[in-house]
Ligand binder design. Structure first.
Ligand code: PMP
Length: 355
């Protein structure tokens, strides 16, 4: 058995993978694969409806919001957000808390003025910038709730006089959020929700229609809303597996229940990192992520032998991102706490061996 700490595409519940595999051969006993039926068939429409319903239920999405399953990954949202929200004579406010935030703000510059109101770039993004004022005259504020590469997470969202757009790619469905506080939430599916190939977008309808530029259909939220995520052929498999994963989450008790498990996992792991003299965490303590736990070794020469030990124990995917080095244990919703304990045991065994 493998313990999958990969950062994304990340671990999915085993039972979901089994259901998905069966549906590829014979979907719901109809004698056809999910992959060879029309996206406009009643069978697939039921899947999409169920997926949207589960998103609304699990995140308690209020009236006045649309739930979309789009393509192009979170990276397409980096452009789609300013395309739809940033007037060419206006400006948008961005908090630069990591490389993904940086990519988002670079795309926005194609459409209008970008005000980077805070950045932790000078410290290689080891903390979340908090000391800033949100300009009331900007079209929107863009945040990244969890910085996948650095292992920092926004534990408290700032108050904002303007619509908040948030990239939640790596912590969506991991904890309770108040959707009403956001203008747009977007997330690539491939961490906590499903396989790569679809992007969840939750958009407050009233913030749309305020720019006068022409927007190509596929990149136009209004067109996608009117088409019910079916302006063109949607990513049927990714939506189906996301639906199964959201159903799994619901059966586990929803986001509040999973948030408790996620806290227990991250707490146990950070405690071991803080206790074990061979390892150290890299980020500001108050910003530590419950999804991506980044740590390095006091003696970098021990990194390779530790990775080898991990490999022997079936621990995979913990090599850190190249821009941070060390290790990154991604402990997404589907990773059981037993896997976290296997990693902790390996860290303790390694300490014993290197006394
Ligand atoms: N934002 C964050 C926070 C991410 O972690 C990632 C991917 N790891 C992206 C955006 C980019 O997502 P995609 O590959 O779906 O475009």
């Amino acid at each position: 058995m493998k313990h999958n700490f990969g950062a994304g595409p990340g671990i999915l519940p085993h039972e979901v993978l089994k259901q998905a595999a069966a549906a590829v051969v014979d979907f719901n006993g109809i004698g056809l694969s999910l992959l060879e039926i029309s996206h406009r068939s009643s069978e697939f429409e039921a899947v999409l409806d169920e997926a949207v319903k589960l998103v609304k239920e699990l995140l308690e999405v209020p009236e006045g919001y649309s739930v979309l399953f789009l393509q192009g990954g979170a990276s397409t949202q980096f452009a789609m957000v300013p395309y739809n929200l940033l007037p060419s004579t206006g400006k948008a406010a961005y908090v630069e808390s990591g490389v993904w935030a940086n990519k988002a703000l670079k795309e926005a510059k194609f459409f209008g003025e970008v005000d980077v109101i805070a950045s932790s770039k000078e410290s290689n993004f080891t903390y979340i910038p908090k000391d800033y004022t949100v300009p009331a005259d900007a079209a929107y504020l863009h945040l990244t709730s969890n910085n996948t590469i650095y292992g920092t997470q926004l534990h408290e969202f700032p108050a904002s006089p303007i619509p908040v757009v948030c990239d939640m790619s790596s912590d969506i469905f991991s904890r309770k959020i108040n959707v009403a506080d956001f203008g747009i939430i977007y997330a690539g599916a491939q961490k906590n929700m499903g396989p790569a190939g679809t992007t969840l977008v939750i958009v407050k309808d009233e913030i749309l229609g305020k720019v006068d530029r022409k927007i190509p259909a596929m990149l136009n939220y209004q067109v996608q809303i009117e088409g019910g995520s079916m302006y063109n052929t949607p990513p049927v498999f990714a939506i189906y597996v996301s639906m199964l994963t959201l159903n799994w989450l619901k059966a586990k008790g929803g986001v509040e229940a999973i948030a408790k498990e996620n806290k227990a996992k991250s707490k146990a792991l950070y405690e071991e990192i803080d206790r074990n003299p061979l390892f150290k965490a890299v980020c500001a303590v108050e910003d530590r992520s419950d999804m991506n736990v980044c740590f390095v070794m006091e003696n970098p020469e021990l990194e390779k032998p530790f990775l080898k030990l991990c490999d022997e124990k079936g621990i995979v995917g913990i090599k850190g991102h190249r821009s941070v080095g060390g290790f990154r244990a991604s402990i997404y919703n589907a990773l059981p706490i037993t896997s976290v304990h296997v990693l902790i045991d390996a860290m303790q065994e390694f300490q014993e061996k290197n006394k």
